[in-house]
Design a protein around this ligand. Structure first.
Ligand SMILES: *Cc1c(COP(=O)(O)O)cnc(C)c1O
Length: 401
């Protein structure tokens, strides 16, 4: 898109290819949220009409979230986002079911909010098995089965990986968990809006969601918790969220989340088709114009919006900075690990060769992307890669273009 700079009095290009980190809050969502900031300002817990009006908005949003994933409204608990939902699910399910055992199975490619919740449990005396993935980022069912023990109480596998886009075989894994009397949780934050989610059909006991990855507001999400599944309360002191997560509701954000998930669900197919076309063009052009690249992830069992590409002889942080100077926003992987000089735990688990791992960039496409934006991004990426390779000490091997 063209941005006008008043000081320099010029237009310049800016292309946002980091939609897996966050998305813009759409006009439609924002318009729905605005009245909840002032016109309907009541506390949803108040008994009077002001409160009832606000509580109606929360209820309606809850219905929308439930409807989008084929759950019942009373199975939706609003949280302050995906990280909170993951923390709550992992620790809450573990604590509420520890009488049955203290073993948990998850994967090496989960979001940090799952991995570090598991580590916190390990400090408390739980045992956690972190299963690996193949080079496409897929978890093997056999691997999970092999690691099930008598005291396993919970299996948590993300639906879609946020760094490479690989979609896991959730239904089969959940079925295996249940055949062994084990609860199943999935972090569906990166799947929402890209993959059809049906908690009934997929046999899910607990599922984490977030609003800001689907054109909704930041700081709002939800945990789906199947009726009858025991989970420790998150915040004491309030009747909100069926007494499990106290605290006055963030009404505007909840309203926004409801609208965002409603739109995202309706638009899944259209958006995925549109993004696939642009993504395919982007990958084809880039791999034709730039030598020594590697696409990290699964060839087809993946969401359309995420492409992770390794550029040999490139330092990914240098490339991110250089692209940013030309107005192209991308990331080295998950937003939470960027800024910290640390190798991606996802690509490491996928056994991506070191020369590609160090030069890996995640491009994530949103529904507003245009062909012009992509053409500009391709041009800038080609120039930046060429510049960096020209000064890279590794080019001396003669492998550079
Ligand atoms: C973004 C993300 C989260 C965290 O969600 P927040 O709402 O930002 O806390 C968790 N899991 C995955 C897969 C994500 O992509």
């Amino acid at each position: 898109m063209l941005i006008y700079c008043k000081i320099k009095r010029i237009f310049y290009e800016k292309v946002y290819l980091d939609n897996a980190a966050t998305t813009v809050c759409s006009h439609d969502v924002l318009n729905e949220m605005l009245p909840a900031f002032n016109a309907v300002f009541g506390n949803p817990s108040s008994l009077h009409s002001f409160g009832r009006e606000a509580s109606n908005l929360v209820d309606r949003a809850r219905d929308k979230v439930a409807h989008a994933i084929n759950a019942k409204s009373e199975e939706i608990y609003f949280t302050a986002g995906g990280s909170e939902a993951n923390n709550w699910a992992i620790k809450g399910l573990a604590h509420a079911n520890m009488a049955k055992g203290k073993h948990i199975i998850t994967t090496k490619i989960e979001h940090d909010s799952v991995l570090e919740s598991c580590q916190a449990l390990e400090h408390e005396g739980f045992t956690v098995t972190y299963v690996g993935v193949d080079e496409t980022g897929l978890v093997s069912l056999a691997d999970i089965l092999h690691n099930i023990r008598k005291d396993t109480i919970l299996i948590s596998v993300m639906t879609v990986n946020n760094e490479v886009g690989t979609i896991q075989n959730i239904k089969a894994i959940a079925k295996t968990a249940h055949e062994n009397g084990i609860l199943f949780h999935t972090d569906a934050v990166a799947a929402l809006g890209s993959v059809r989610l049906d908690v009934e059909d997929m046999e899910i006991d607990a599922m984490s969601m977030s609003a800001h990855k689907i054109y909704g507001p930041k700081g709002c999400g939800a945990l789906y918790l199947k009726n009858g599944v025991k989970c420790q309360d998150l915040i004491d002191g309030g009747n909100q969220e069926r007494k499990k997560r106290g605290g006055t509701h963030n009404v505007p954000a909840i309203v926004g989340f409801g609208r965002a998930i409603e739109i995202a669900t309706k638009e899944i197919i259209v958006n995925q088709q549109k993004i696939k076309k642009i993504r395919d063009y982007f990958v084809k052009e880039l791999t034709q114009k730039i030598n020594y690249t590697k696409i990290n992830g699964h060839a087809f069992q993946k969401v359309q919006g995420i492409v992770n590409i390794g550029f040999e002889m490139i330092n990914n942080e240098a490339l991110v900075t250089m692209l940013d100077l030309s107005g192209v926003a991308v990331s080295v992987g998950s937003a939470c690990t960027s800024g910290v000089a640390k190798k991606s735990h996802v690509l490491t688990a996928m056994n991506v060769p070191d020369e590609y791992l160090k030069g890996s960039i995640r491009f994530s496409f949103g529904k507003h992307i245009s062909k012009e934006d992509i053409d500009y991004a391709i041009e800038v990426i080609c120039q930046s890669v060429a510049k960096l390779r020209a000064i890279s000490p590794i080019t001396k091997t003669g492998r550079a273009k």
